[in-house]
Design a binder for this molecule. Structure first.
Ligand code: 5GP
Length: 247
C-alpha cells in the first residue's frame, strides 16, 4: 500500500513539473506601426480603424537564456548572425506551441478586449481581426508561459502601460518623420534611460530599402511582472542610423 501511495505522489509530482515550462525570461515585443505598414507588404487596419500612432504589442514570448540542443551548438559555432541567416529564427531558443489543444476563448479575456484593441491591434492584411492575432500569440507563445490566458494578456498590457515607448523617444527628440534619421545609439540610450533597462532593437526596411526601427524587445521576469536586464543581446540588423516613419 505504502508503495502505491509513494508511486502516486511521485507520479503527480512529475505530472506537475512536466506541465510547467522551464524558460528563463520573457520578451515583451512591441512594434512601431509605421514600420510595419510602409514595407512592401503593406498593412491593413482592424475593422478599418486606424490604430493610434503608438507602439503596439506584438507578443509576450517565453525565451531561453541559452539556445538548446544541437541548434544551440550550431549557433555557438556559427555565431549569432550567421546562425540566424542560415538556420533562421526557428532554433530551439524558445519554447512554442506547448499545448496545441488549448484555444483562447473570447469569454476568458472579455474584460480586457477594449484595452487589447487599443494596445495589441493587428496590422496584418491576412486577417483583420485582432482576436485572431491574440489567439495565434496565445497558442504559439502564451501556452508556454505557465500563465492562465487572462493573466497572460493582463500582464502584457500592464507591462506596456508602465512605459510609453513613443513618449520616451519623443522626450529624447526622436519623433516620427519620413525624412529624419536618428543614430541607433540614441534610440537605445533613450529607452534605457526612460525605462531603466536596455532593450534589444529590431529594424526592417521601408519600400525604398531604408532602415527603420521596427520592434523593441524588453526583457521581463518569469512572472511577467517586471522588466529585467536582458540575459542575452540579440543580433541586430539596425545600422548606424534609423528612421521612425510617420504613422
Ligand atoms: P510570431 O512573430 O509571433 O511568431 O508570428 C506573428 C504572426 O502573427 C505572423 O503569422 C503574422 O502574420 C501574424 N500577425 C498578425 N498581425 C500582426 C501584426 O500586427 N504584426 C506582426 N508582426 N504579425 C502579425
Amino acid at each position: 500500500m505504502k508503495l502505491v501511495i509513494a508511486f502516486l505522489v511521485l507520479f503527480s509530482l512529475l505530472a506537475v513539473s512536466s506541465a510547467s515550462e522551464k524558460f528563463d525570461f520573457f520578451y515583451l515585443v512591441q512594434q512601431w506601426p509605421g514600420s510595419f505598414c510602409d514595407t512592401r507588404q503593406g498593412c491593413c487596419f482592424p475593422d478599418d480603424t486606424k490604430p493610434a500612432a503608438a507602439f503596439g504589442i506584438h507578443g509576450l514570448w517565453p525565451n531561453y537564456a541559452k539556445c538548446r540542443g544541437r541548434q544551440g551548438l550550431v549557433r555557438a559555432m556559427l555565431g549569432d548572425d550567421a546562425f540566424l541567416s542560415t538556420v533562421g529564427r526557428r532554433g530551439k531558443c524558445w519554447p512554442e506551441y506547448c499545448d496545441d489543444g488549448n484555444e483562447l476563448s473570447p469569454w476568458e479575456i472579455r474584460d480586457l478586449v477594449a484595452s487589447l484593441d487599443r494596445s495589441w491591434p493587428t496590422l496584418s492584411c491576412k486577417n483583420r481581426r485582432s482576436f485572431q492575432f491574440w489567439s495565434y500569440e496565445w497558442k504559439k507563445h502564451g501556452t508556454c508561459s505557465n500563465l492562465e490566458p487572462h493573466d497572460y494578456f493582463a500582464r502584457a498590457l500592464a507591462l506596456k502601460a508602465k512605459h510609453d515607448l513613443a513618449e520616451i523617444l519623443a522626450d529624447a527628440g526622436i519623433v516620427p518623420s519620413d525624412t529624419e534619421t536618428y543614430p541607433v545609439s540614441s534610440v537605445r540610450d533613450a529607452i534605457a534611460q526612460g525605462t531603466g533597462f536596455v532593450a534589444n532593437l529590431e529594424c526592417n526596411r521601408d519600400a525604398d530599402g531604408e532602415a527603420q526601427l521596427f520592434q523593441v524587445y524588453q526583457c521581463v521576469d518569469r512572472d511577467a511582472k517586471d522588466l529585467i536586464d536582458c540575459p542575452l543581446a540579440m543580433p541586430t540588423k539596425c545600422t548606424d542610423r534609423v528612421k521612425l516613419p510617420v504613422f
